[in-house]
Write a protein that binds this ligand. Structure first.
Ligand SMILES: N[C@@H](CCC(=O)N[C@@H](CS)C(=O)NCC(=O)O)C(=O)O
Length: 341
């Protein structure tokens, strides 16, 4: 019995040593020394990441980085946003120009493996769609044989487009343009019959760039799975953990009914899981290497997942998106956080 206890102690000591080593991640050290997170976002897509005339960024992808800054640095404003095109984004992350990529990026096997990235969760479950001018009279993607299709390079969109037309034995003419504004312009000026991207992107483009949104139809077919989420590069597991658990905490807060409005009352809750999440019962902050009230800072400054969703892309925004797949698992959706314990 004593032997066994000693053996367990030895393992525990070894694990503790390992945990300390993992704490010395170079990316996390650099962020702390800088006092700011470098967050790669898109060049400007309403609802996800868009800068106003004063250079203030808003959007769901923007809030993901703000939440991490609140958890780690105590202040959601300690983020510098770096706009990146689809084609620039992975090299920028690999080269250390940004610490995190939060830019409607689809998790795929090649990106996770060959590109040396780690995706930490799905912040928006999406799928690829098509938009056409109503005057074309097209009602289904199956009628797009021979169409000219506007698409951005370096995206899953470009690959799915080719797969879909091939699988349906249809030919098409791709018009491949790197800059978002230019690809949108090409579509609206009639250079292409069709514009294809993630359905959320179609909603954003139609609502904010069309001279009359009513003139455009988003076709019913969703041709792919596009689980969008933040990514970090390989090499600093603790930094990846902070990004991963900040988002899980925002989901868990929504599940427990904790919002930026009621956070003070919630701090007095007797529910053990709420007390643990909010650090009233300490332990989770220490485990992650951040302050015990990390989730309080996130919720107070950015809100829970539902608040973040509604503020940026929900029913009362130009995008008017339903929660759909992004509802919590308790409401028929896919958003399901691993337990914080
Ligand atoms: N989710 C797809 C597509 C992402 C993507 O780049 N979409 C375009 C069209 S919605 C975009 O965000 N463009 C913004 C930009 O180029 O700054 C991917 O990860 O490849």
């Amino acid at each position: 019995m004593l032997k066994r206890t000693l053996a367990i102690t030895a393992v525990t000591v070894a694990l503790a040593g390992f945990a300390t080593a993992a704490h010395a991640g170079k990316d996390l050290d650099a962020i702390k020394a800088r006092g700011q997170i470098l967050c790669g976002v898109s060049t400007g897509l309403a609802g996800f990441s868009l800068a106003d005339s004063k250079g203030e960024w808003t959007g769901l992808d923007v809030d993901v980085c703000k939440a991490v800054a609140a958890a780690l640095l105590g202040d959601a404003r300690k983020v510098k946003f770096v706009p990146l095109s689809a084609q620039q984004r992975f090299t920028a992350l690999q080269a250390g120009e940004v610490d995190i990529l939060s830019r409607n990026t689809t998790i795929t096997m090649t990106r996770d493996t060959s590109l040396g990235l780690d995706f930490t969760g799905v912040t928006y479950y999406d799928g690829q769609g098509f938009m056409v001018p109503k005057k074309l009279g097209v009602k289904s993607a199956k009628e797009l044989k021979g169409a000219t299709v506007c698409v951005q390079p370096g995206t899953t969109t470009e690959l799915n487009l080719a797969d879909y037309f091939r699988a349906n034995k249809m030919d098409f003419k791709p018009v491949v343009i790197e800059r978002l504004e230019e690809v949108e312009q090409a579509y609206f000026s009639g250079r292409c019959d069709v514009y294809t991207t993630d359905a959320s992107g179609l909603a954003a483009t139609r609502a904010t760039r069309a001279s009359n949104p009513e003139d455009h139809l988003i076709l019913p077919e969703i041709i792919s799975k596009e689980p969008l989420g933040p990514a970090v590069r390989h090499g600093d597991n603790q930094w990846a953990d902070i990004v991963r658990w900040t988002f899980n905490a925002q989901l868990e807060a929504e599940e427990k009914g904790i919002t930026s409005k009621n956070i003070d009352e919630m701090l007095a809750s007797a529910d053990p899981s709420i007390r643990r999440l909010l650090g009233v019962t300490p332990g989770m902050g220490k485990a992650l290497g951040v302050d015990e009230d990390w989730v309080v800072k996130v919720i107070r400054q950015v809100g829970n997942y539902g608040e973040m969703f509604e503020r940026n892309v929900g029913k009362n925004t130009p995008l008017k998106l339903d929660r759909g797949l992004n509802a919590l698992w308790t409401q028929g959706g896919l958003q399901y956080a691993a337990p914080i314990r």
